[in-house]
Design a protein around this ligand. Sequence first.
Ligand SMILES: *Cc1c(COP(=O)(O)O)cnc(C)c1O
Length: 350
Amino acid sequence: MSNFNIQSILRENIKNLTPYSSARHEYTGSASVFLDANENPYGSALKQNYNRYPDPFQEKLKTALSKIKGVPPYNTFIGNGSDEAIDILIRAFCRPGVDNIMVFPPTYGMYEVSANINDVEIKKVNLTPQYQLDLDSIADTIDQNTKIIFLCSPNNPTGNSIFREDIEIVLNNFNGIVVVDEAYINYSRQKSFIQELTEYGNLVVLQTLSKAWGLAGLRIGIAFASQEIIDIFNRIKPPYNVNQASQQLALDALTNIDQINQWIRETIDERSLLVKNLLKFDFIEHVYPSDANFILVRTNNPLKIYQHLNQMGIIVRDRSKVSLCEGCLRITIGTPEENNRLLEVLKEFK
Ligand SMILES: *Cc1c(COP(=O)(O)O)cnc(C)c1O
């Protein structure tokens, strides 16, 4: 990997931070009387009790995840959604008003929002018209204060994967953190980068239980990285960042991997079918190839189509004002019934 160490780009205040040490963190034995955390000892007035603080490091969930992903728990951070991981990365490595991050529009909006909240500058290098990395412009735009590069693959809202060799070039040449956001990796023909963690000490792979795993409401995001980077996450995160109900329910869901894989296959089949059927409409100009559970569709009249769908109770995402997505709507792949309904309603569009 590139020639720098993580500590050299860590903010001084984080390096010197004494993390909050919670009651549940300090005690690791097997006592039966817990009078250390000011909890209500009686219970919760619910069928299930939530009166105890949750495991701050989500050990059970990480162990279950590691069996599925093949990444050890110590290379795993679990956050209150991936959005928490994005925010922690920016706060760990970017000095407000001094450092910058790099993003490649059109892409996921949270990198920019999180940087703005933290008063961190955003350097933007547009993707090429084929929605790939413009490596020359990236090299020209990086400066000594660029600390994190956010790459999204498969990319939202375009749906395509970024060329693996290009990501490797960035990983090998950039002296900072490279985040590969793989929120949609379960739907992709491409391999995940999680197998490359041992190769690249500056790599952070983001995944989530919000999409293929069907748990958006629980808010479980995952960052895979070197132990050194995971330790930094753990120092900064709020002590109880993932609540008890979410930890337990996610653990239950992880035992149903066959169901998830079946839904993934069905979504991928529906994706092909929807593409084929959408291309029959003359107002659909192009459907971009997708490695995700959505498709980006270029139309000759995005606003009218959006409004027509909306009036008929179908909500899609209007991306037509996003640069490089002119004319485009982003459509999530629904159930077969939902996709048929979409096609029926589109037939009525004039
Ligand atoms: C949906 C999505 C996420 C998931 O965010 P969570 O906070 O984990 O729900 C992350 N990145 C991208 C690109 C997404 O589209």
